[in-house]
Design a protein around this ligand. Structure first.
Ligand code: 13P
Length: 253
């Protein structure tokens, strides 16, 4: 299965720096031909970046999306607007949207559905808070997030959909789940997806890991068969470190 490496820039980046980043990515190499690479810059940079990104073999996506097509929703961006800005992907349910902005499972589900119905491909983020982990609720929480996003969702397929398991306590903290812990959660997520959809669907769905993925831990994480890529925050802001992570993807036979 082809791995997918995402770079989530969060609220970072500028017009000048983003074009320089893409020039440098192009210069650094063609080694990433075996993975899908997607950058998620702030909305404002999407139209500027899309052509230069394509030239470097990189797709772009929105960090979030609204669940309706148009109307009186001040500040929101619709899926059609993302398409118009050149994006081919979106993220639904990033932990910063769930826990800083207060998005519920229901909101995440509506975003995922509308984005996919518009023809975009979507990354669903799931993951537990440190309190939930310490209370032994990791499985309950992540299972609920997966179920509420996927149950009864007809427009989803392994081609237009990726799951990112991002334990919230590992995001931006320098802490990561051990490869064994991540492996275990990825296998459980795949089981839950199989129960909701089918074995075939689950076997073909890519599940990325996210949370403090860096050049020095990427190879160990990405070599696990249950882990099909990474969603990278901080280390995606510099072309050298992002490229080092991309190069850590094991070569496909
Ligand atoms: P960091 O890689 O900075 O921990 O961020 C992970 C993340 O939130 C990606 O979506």
């Amino acid at each position: 299965m082809k791995q997918i490496i995402g770079g989530n820039w969060k609220m970072n980046g500028s017009r000048l720096a983003s074009l320089e980043f893409l020039r440098e990515m192009k210069r650094l190499g063609s080694e990433y031909a075996s993975s899908d690479i997607v950058l998620f810059p702030p909305f404002t940079l999407l139209p500027l970046m899309t052509d230069a990104a394509a030239d470097a073999g990189i797709e772009t996506g929105g960090q979030d999306v609204f669940w309706l097509e148009k109307g009186a929703f001040t500040g929101e961006i619709s899926p059609a607007m993302l398409v118009d800005a050149g994006a081919s992907w979106f993220i639904a349910g990033h932990s910063e949207r769930r826990h800083v902005i207060g998005e519920t499972d229901e909101i995440v589900r509506r975003k995922l559905e509308t984005g996919l119905e518009t023809g975009l491909r979507g990354i669903l983020c799931v993951g537990e808070l440190i309190e939930e982990r310490e209370a032994g609720k990791t499985e309950e929480v992540v299972r609920r997030q997966v179920q509420s996003a996927l149950e009864g969702l007809d427009c989803v397929s392994p081609e237009n959909f990726v799951i990112a398991y991002e334990p919230v306590w590992a995001i931006g903290t320098g802490l990561t789940a051990t490869p064994d812990e991540a492996d275990r959660m990825h296998s459980l997520i795949r089981e839950w997806v199989a129960a909701i959809k089918s074995n075939d669907f689950a076997d073909n769905t890519r599940i990325q890991y996210g949370g403090s993925v860096k050049p020095d831990n990427a190879a160990e994480i990405l070599s696990r068969p249950s882990i099909n890529g990474a969603l990278v925050g901080g280390a995606s802001l510099k072309p050298e470190s992002f490229m080092d992570i991309i190069k850590a993807v094991p070569l496909q036979e």
